[in-house]
Design a protein around this ligand. Structure first.
Ligand SMILES: Nc1nc2c(ncn2[C@@H]2O[C@H](COP(=O)(O)OP(=O)(O)OP(=O)(O)O)[C@@H](O)[C@H]2O)c(=O)[nH]1
Ligand SMILES: [Mg+2]
Ligand SMILES: [Zn+2]
Length: 295
């Protein structure tokens, strides 16, 4: 029989749930050859499989359009970097880490700021000022009341989009607001912290408006393994046009004289919070590299 083609919409316990062109979902395992190559399949991968009833054996994987480490997924059209204005506290550093990871994977990213009902005074405006200015669309919403959802929903239609953000910011609540049929489980922030675990336990692609949306588990911290010291500055998109103005072509925009990025800080053209995130990430990557060498 001809192998079938489909997309992995969820992986669990060594099983891959593959939605095929016939819109049915097949429970698949991986054929020995692929296993030997230690090639790890991820949600979003497009595969060929030999079908038997409602089960299948994956025999081949098609080339990936892109690949994201956190959340672990392939072939994404859009990342929605999801944060809450408050509860849990907003983190500029975590925001910039997620944006940099999307930049580095060359996947377009937009920002969703949930819980605008409890936003500190001026917070949404300052977020818009910083991120809107450098070309990131900012959607401020109140997912629990369905406010601002329509615009976000239109933005996602027909795409494969992935929600990425900390636990408790309301990713699942937002998805439920976008499509009540999804009926995803949500949880109180205080309980999440108390239990030390997340409400959403695995990433899955959910059919939505001719494409898919992915709900993913939140996370506490992010390791930056896939980011490179040498190219980190290019993951901060507003640094790119400035860097040609630095005296040294190898400028890291930290200690060097005549640095155009640092000069842009003093004029306010580059936001201080963005620069701080850049320096923190640079240090973090450097420390990790040195730690690895010692081991
Ligand atoms: N005040 C306020 N609370 C909200 C809003 N949206 C969601 N919440 C609450 O935030 C809490 C967390 O929501 P979830 O949707 O479970 O968060 P999550 O991002 O999916 O969390 P994980 O699955 O653990 O990653 C719930 O108690 C929601 O009721 C909002 O717009 N305003
Ligand atoms: Mg969730
Ligand atoms: Zn510089």
């Amino acid at each position: 029989m001809m192998p079938m083609q489909g997309r992995i919409i969820r992986t669990y316990n060594g099983y891959y749930y593959v939605e095929a062109e016939d819109s049915l979902v097949y429970t698949c395992k991986v054929k020995g050859k692929l296993k030997k190559e230690r090639f790890s399949l991820v949600t979003g991968d497009i595969v060929h499989f030999e079908q038997a009833g409602d089960e299948g054996m994956i025999i081949d994987i098609l080339p990936r359009k892109n690949f994201l480490q956190r959340p672990l997924m392939a072939n994404i059209d859009l990342v929605i970097v999801a944060f809450a204005c408050a509860n849990p506290d907003f983190s500029w550093l975590l925001m910039d880490k997620l944006l940099a990871l999307a930049e580095s994977a060359r996947i377009p990213a937009i920002i969703s700021l949930n819980k605008n009902d409890i936003a500190p005074e001026g917070f949404i405006d300052s977020c818009r000022a910083i991120y809107g200015k450098i070309g990131y669309e900012v959607f401020d919403i109140c997912a629990s009341e369905g406010i601002g959802i329509e615009a976000l929903k239109n933005r996602l239609a027909g795409k494969i989009s992935v929600f990425a953000g900390p636990s408790g910011v309301g990713k699942s609540t937002t998805l439920n607001a976008i499509d009540p049929n999804l009926a995803l489980v949500t949880g109180e922030v205080s309980e999440k912290i108390g239990r030390g675990r997340h409400t959403t336990r695995f990433a899955q692609l959910l059919p939505f408006a001719g494409g898919y949306v992915a709900d993913t588990p939140g996370f506490g911290n992010l390791n930056l393994e896939e980011l490179d010291l040498g190219t980190l500055a290019t993951d901060f998109r507003e640094f790119i046009p400035l860097a040609s103005g630095c005296r040294f072509t190898t400028c890291t925009h930290t200690h060097e004289p005549d640095c155009a990025v640092k000069a842009a800080l003093t004029t306010g053209e580059v936001a201080q919070s963005r620069y701080n995130s850049y320096v923190s990430m640079l240090t973090e990557i450097k420390n990790k590299k040195e730690g690895n060498v010692k081991k």
